[in-house]
Design a protein around this ligand. Structure first.
Ligand SMILES: Cc1ncc(COP(=O)(O)O)c(C=O)c1O
Length: 397
């Protein structure tokens, strides 16, 4: 079902293979291992060095890619971001590809903004480079969030196995797959893309059991839940849930824009995610907004962008199926209250009196008193902070 959804070519010679995992992190470790081993085998066969593998990706990757790079000794070559452009630039990515590149990892649904990367363009540019160099650098798509969104909302968008260089795709069942935490998926285009030597076969459970996962035992409840959701909701059910999420994301976006205080960082095409920054951060920051929203029970993370856009700080709301239209309205109303409160702290003026001593000739000391108005911010006092921290909150990742 998942191979079909990702448009894997299924025919006599093409047999897509895949495994269920704990989440996209494990799926990405397995994908990386398959690319590394395949590349090493090819390099060994050609008598070339095979000790410095690298992966080219955007600086917007999720931390699991950094984990993979460190744990499995692969260099991560990151395409830096820039203000106003928060996904991997395919042109720069392809420029960074060299003979040691085991794959280019593209993201469908960036964690930072929810935006999709241009994988079709990446496939095109990389095909050209492969033709010129004689290499066969493949693409992996990290579709942790977008893998269960794009097929329903953007069926004509080519990002998956329709693109020949896409050899493997991961997706989290516990994000838009609509299952509780603990399930992810990885699919390889073809058996040849997953080196056989990585698959272990055991028979002590009664019959041959091929296994390629980091952990052996795993609960079946998530697999059953995923299967249940597929057959219970069907393609149409998923589509209507994703459309509803998008509607709610749109309502939230419009409400936030109407405050006049924020500008949108996330674009229109992507997963239902609203990322926004303050127009004016000279008096208070998105971190203050995030902290103040906790008073109303919201955890809206504020964070800075990765290199080279670290100076940009944003707030992010991920819209899941249980985030209703009325919750969107409530969040907008609470954001308005928070902004009014933060504005109020700044507009309240205080009279500050200063006394300066001036020594005059002859040892005489004159005291000069000046009075001025100030708009210093008022700190949230300890007691109020204490109450904030004890309040029940709920969040999504
Ligand atoms: C793009 C992307 N890749 C990988 C991951 C890791 O996924 P998981 O939490 O399922 O291990 C995430 C999670 O937020 C993600 O957004």
């Amino acid at each position: 079902m998942i191979s079909h959804l990702l448009n894997a070519p299924i025919g006599e010679d093409d047999i897509a293979v895949g495994v269920g995992t704990v989440g996209s992190s494990e799926a990405i470790m397995l994908a990386g291992l398959a690319f590394k081993r395949k590349w090493q085998n090819e390099r060994k066969a050609e008598g070339k060095p095979h000790d410095k593998p690298n992966i080219v990706t955007g600086a917007n990757v999720q931390v699991c890619w950094e984990k993979f790079a460190k744990y499995f000794e692969v260099e991560l070559k990151e395409v830096k971001l820039r203000e106003g452009f928060y996904v991997m630039d395919p042109v720069k990515a392809v420029e960074m590809v060299d003979e040691n590149t085991i794959c280019v990892a593209a993201i469908l649904g960036s964690i930072l903004t929810g935006e999709f990367e241009d994988i079709k363009l990446l496939n095109h540019l990389l095909t050209e480079k492969n033709r010129e160099t004689g290499w066969s650098t493949p693409i992996h798509v990290d579709a942790a969030s977008g893998g269960f969104v794009a097929p329903f909302l953007y069926p004509d968008l080519e990002w998956d196995f329709r693109l020949p260089l896409v050899k493997s795709i991961n997706v989290s069942g516990h994000k838009y797959g609509l299952v509780y935490a603990g399930v992810g998926w990885i699919v390889w285009r073809n058996k040849e893309d997953l080196p056989e030597e990585l698959i272990f076969h055991i028979n002590y459970l009664g019959s041959d059991q091929p296994t390629f996962t980091l952990n052996f035992s795993k609960g079946s409840s998530q697999i059953i839940a995923q299967y249940y959701q597929f057959i219970r909701l069907g393609f149409e059910g998923y589509r209507s849930i994703m459309e509803n999420c998008m509607e709610n994301a749109k309502a939230l976006k419009e409400g936030i824009q109407a405050t006049g205080r924020f500008e949108m960082v996330s674009g229109d095409v992507g997963v239902p995610l609203v990322a926004f920054s303050l127009r004016d951060s000279s008096r208070y920051t998105v971190f203050d907004v995030s902290q103040s929203l906790r008073r109303f029970g919201w955890i809206v993370p504020a964070y800075t962008m990765p290199a080279n856009a670290e100076h940009v700080a944003v707030l992010r709301v991920v819209i899941r199926e249980d985030f209703s239209g009325s919750l969107a309205e409530r969040l907008v109303s609470d954001i308005r209250k928070v902004v009014a409160d933060l504005d109020g702290r700044w507009s309240r003026t205080a009279i500050v009196a200063e006394v300066k001593a001036e020594e005059k000739p002859g040892g005489v000391v004159a005291y000069r008193k000046s009075v001025r108005e100030t708009t210093q911010p008022q700190e949230i006092d300890g007691d109020r902070r204490g109450r904030v921290d004890r309040k029940k909150t709920s969040g999504v990742c």
